[in-house]
Ligand binder design. Structure first.
Ligand code: PGA
Length: 218
């Protein structure tokens, strides 16, 4: 069986003090992390801190960004580019529904972001809300996150998620994740599905104890 991929999306949460407490708790139970692949996507402001902590404490986790500039380094005020991200991270979340909705990111911008991630050696984790959404070429990891399930406490039924994730698999996507109100209680309903290689977790990743149980139950 493929190693399960668990991606934590912290969104616009966590200060450095809070992240330090989170890391300390995770370190106390680091054997829990052993047989799964864990990727943490903190805000940009914490990438450097998290990298130091992970190295110092020898935690078997990887880092990802929550976004990436569609441009190369240059005069783009407020943007963080792939070259800068690559200093800290291996992955980049691209096309999260909150980026599409609040920041009007469209197919064209998202394709540029994927190209930039590739250019700087970052692995894109591309988020889609349904199976018909455009997926740029060269994407190997896709997270299926139905809109109604995100942050709502109303996860999609596993049998419905199965249909979409199977169709993503059939399109040749190597790693397919489910996201949307995943908890420590329901995670195994998704990870036991043949077509689901892991999960993208928002809310349930912020509390280290809940996140550890979630990993155990995956
Ligand atoms: P949620 O968020 O787990 O809080 O529903 C998932 C996501 O938006 O990535």
């Amino acid at each position: 069986m493929k190693e399960k991929l668990i991606v934590a999306n912290w969104k616009s949460h966590m200060t450095q003090e809070e992240a330090a407490v989170w890391i300390e708790k995770i370190e106390q139970q680091k054997t829990t992390l052993a047989d799964k692949k864990i990727v943490i996507c903190p805000p940009f402001t914490l990438l450097s801190f998290m990298q130091n902590q992970i190295t110092e404490k020898g935690l078997p986790v990887f880092l990802g960004s929550q976004n990436i500039s569609p441009f190369a380094p240059g005069a783009y005020t407020g943007e963080v580019n792939g070259q800068q991200i690559k200093t800290y991270a291996e992955y980049a979340l691209i096309g999260h529904s909150e980026r599409r909705r609040y920041f009007k990111e469209d197919d064209d911008i998202l394709a540029k972001k994927v190209a930039m991630a590739r250019e700087y050696g970052l692995e894109p984790i591309f988020c889609v809300e349904n199976a018909t959404i455009f997926i740029p070429q060269d994407v190997h990891i896709v997270a299926y996150e139905p809109l109604a399930a995100i942050g709502s406490g109303r996860p999609e039924l596993p049998e419905d998620a199965r249909k979409i994730t199977e169709s993503l698999q059939a399109k040749g996507i190597q790693t397919v994740l489910y996201g949307g109100s995943v908890t420590e209680e329901n995670i195994s309903d998704y990870t036991k599905e043949e077509s689901i290689d892991g999960v993208l977790v928002g809310g349930a990743s912020l509390d280290p104890s809940i996140f550890l149980s979630l990993i155990t139950n995956a």
